[in-house]
Design a protein around this ligand. Sequence first.
Ligand SMILES: [Zn+2]
Length: 271
Amino acid sequence: MAEKKEHKIIQSEAAKTASTKGVAAQQIAQSTVGLRIGSVVLWIVALVAEFLAIKASFVPSPAEDEEAVLFMGMAPFTALIVFLVIDLICVIAGSLLWKKANHIHPASEKNALTFWLWNNLGVIMAAIAFIPFIILLLTNKNADQKTKTVGTIVAVVAMLIAGFSSYDYNPYSAEEQQEILKMEEATATVFWTEGGKVFHIYEDCQHLNKSEELHQTTTQEAEEAGKERLCKTCLKRHEKEAVEAPATEEPAAVEESTEAEEQEVEESVEE
Ligand SMILES: [Zn+2]
């Protein structure tokens, strides 16, 4: 291995004050308590609406000579539809807040079942918010045929809409967030040379051994200076160190690079 040169580092102003406030770091610092409370409150309102829709379905239809009975100022069938719609809106709104909170403070994916349940609590809520209504309506001997048919169709469609919009199609995990955070921390400031095309995470990267003068800047500044991408050797080393205990900061990975790897990255060696 070529002898190492002491680097003369030219640090940019932005690099001196560079914070690691990347997306993941900001997420971790953010509170999701408000979002979680908001979604639980909306789901409770949804269940109350379901309860009222059930009550409306149990209002007995009037006999021939009787006046129609109102439920909360509405014809029972109208009330039933109105409360199902409120139910639907509240389930979806609650699920959207819940999903938003999960994408700020994600759950760990170590246990696949709890990870799925936590991410898709909205789907479960959609089931709870409509299935009891459907069962009670279908088994209600006093409800007329029109109420049963239309009420069931409306509730099933509402449940499907609520279920599909509550499902998290892109679940985010605590592990993914940690990976992003580590990458953000590692690339808060990077090293590069005047003549090179790439930027490096590590000052002692083997491709920087022959360089006398290094620039230390933010990643954005490196890109503005025409450095196209992150050095592959640095990336491999970072990934390796991220997997291992974060305590091992010694550049052991450099020595372990194989000949093949060195040739592969030959074009990125900088003088
Ligand atoms: Zn490198």
